[in-house]
Every structure is written in C-alpha cells, then in structure tokens.
Design a protein around this ligand. Sequence first.
Ligand SMILES: C[S@@+](CC[C@H](N)C(=O)[O-])C[C@H]1O[C@@H](n2cnc3c(N)ncnc32)[C@H](O)[C@@H]1O
Length: 321
Amino acid sequence: MSTPQERGAEFDIGYDDFAEQLFYRRVNASLLRLAPNIDTAVDLATGTGAAVKILFELERIIPGKGSSIYGFDIDSVGLQVARKKVNSINTIGVNTLFAEGSFDQIALPGSSQKFASLLNGPHLANELLPMYKEMRRVLVDEGLEATIDDISPRDAFLSKFHLPNEGLVPFPDFQLEESFFDSESGIAFLNSAYVKNKAYPEGTGVVWKDIILAARKKLRRELGVLKFERPVDRFKYTQEEYVEHAKTAGFSFVQTFDYTAEMDVQAMQAICKYAEFAKGALPGIPVLQAAKSLYDAVPEVYEKYGIESVPRTWMFLVLRK
Ligand SMILES: C[S@@+](CC[C@H](N)C(=O)[O-])C[C@H]1O[C@@H](n2cnc3c(N)ncnc32)[C@H](O)[C@@H]1O
C-alpha cells in the first residue's frame, strides 16, 4: 500500500486516476447494470468506491428504512477517497459506510446482504475458496426477487458515457440466463482483468512486457539499477478455475461473460502509475520511481507498435447463492 506521503508526491500513485477513466467505468458499469434493485449491498475490495458510486448512479440502491451499502477494503487511504467521492453524490436514505476489512473475513452477519460485488480484486485472493465462501455466507437465502424489467438500462446514466469523439458507444448486450430469475437468493458480481489465458487477446501480452522492458532500460540508465526481480504473477487462475471454485463454495448459479476494452495511452499510463501495479511490474524498485518509469515508457511503446490502443479482456462472473 502506498503511504500518504508517496501519494502526495510529484504524481499521484493512488488508484483513483485509473478508477475514473471512462473506459474503466464502462467496464464496471457493463456488469453492474445487470444488477436488480437492492436495499442491502456490500462492495468488497471497494478501493476508491468505484462500484458503490456506479450502483448509486444506476439507481440500483433503493433508499428507505434499513437500506445500506458497505464498502470494505484493506487500504485505508483508498477508503478516504471513497468516502469523499460518495459524499459528492446523492445517497439520501441509504446508510453508506466504508470500513477496513478483508474479503475473506467480512464483518457482517450471515444471510444479511442481497448483493455483493468484488470488482477488479478476485485475483488478489491468496485462495479463491475462502473468499467465495465468505461472500456466499453474507448473502441472503431468499427475498430477492429479480425481474428482467429490473435490470433495464437507465438512460440518464448511460448519457454519462458519451464519448466526445465517438458518440455513445453501446454497452454490450449481456443477457442473464433464464434460470437466474428462478431463485430469490442473494447475488454476487465479480470481475477481473487477470484471468489466465484470457486477459491478453491477440497476443497483446507482448506490449505489456515491452512497457516493463522500456521502464527497466530507463531505470538502468538513470538510476544505475543492474538487477531486476521477475514481475509478480497475478494470473493465478483460469476462468474454469474461477467457475469451479464458485461451485465448490456452494453457489447455485454461475454465469460468465467476456468484456474486451481498448486501453489508449492515457488509460495505460493511469494503470502504470497505480502503486500496486507498479510494485507488481517492478518489484524491489522504490514505488515512485517504478511508477514514473512505467508511465514514461507507455507512449514510446505504443509508437513502436504504431498502435493507439491495446485490448484487454475482463471476465465477468455472476453468481447466485
Ligand atoms: C485494483 S483495486 C480495485 C478497486 C475497486 N474494486 C474497483 O474496481 O475500482 C483492488 C483493491 O483490492 C484491495 N484488496 C487487496 N486485497 C484485499 C483483501 N484481502 N481484502 C479486501 N480488499 C483487498 C486493494 O487494497 C485494492 O483497493
């Protein structure tokens, strides 16, 4: 985790610059728009509150007595940003609370939440099963009737995704299987851009590798770094393993979707300067220098390949208790 000192330094190595990228909000919104209306929800590994904000924007959280949404993360600095961000939107009638907590030990009673999300974090679990079991534990056994009408898009929300040059890029038309609507148990949504054999379409892993190589070259030249550690492997599980473990944890309904997003230079630079990404790509290098060298490497690598964007594939996972 980055310290507040690091974050206040010459450029911000927190997550929020990336979390506010339009393409990234579209990724998360493409999944969350499949959520029905709910009055109790928990967002695990909430980071800077991206999913909580989108759920409010989508008007998925029904205000009223007992209505609540919790955001848990182990990063207290991210939680501060989340509180500030969500304070600036309308949450009237919903008890909104951000607190420290890990996704494999959720400080909520069993069968208490209608909805749980874990976006861009499942690959950070040391083991999938305890995380899935804990998520399933807090979900209600019944009382959540979802209808197809519930999950229709909200026009006011969609207009926020108007791209100045390209107009309104349509959201992918993901459809939930009919059997999803048979049950009234709690729902969990997960996504990850770190699924083994899936994340780098069309052999684009080479671009990511080149960014690291160019950053190393810069560090060698400017700081005299001679030896580099191998990047941290976050691609621990295949899609099949994500599905298999969810079923083993007891989830009754499991459906997956693939979402491929295009990352332009700005999007790639925003992830490169995120502390956790930089630490994983260049372990052992002081995080600010690691982040800066990766950030600076992006334009030259895009230029080398003559590309304007790089595709990256997310796995979406919809579960029902
Ligand atoms: C890539 S960020 C995603 C944040 C947010 N869900 C989003 O989609 O914008 C991953 C987050 O997982 C958090 N994290 C890592 N391990 C965790 C754990 N065991 N329990 C809860 N959060 C964790 C990190 O602190 C970080 O905020």
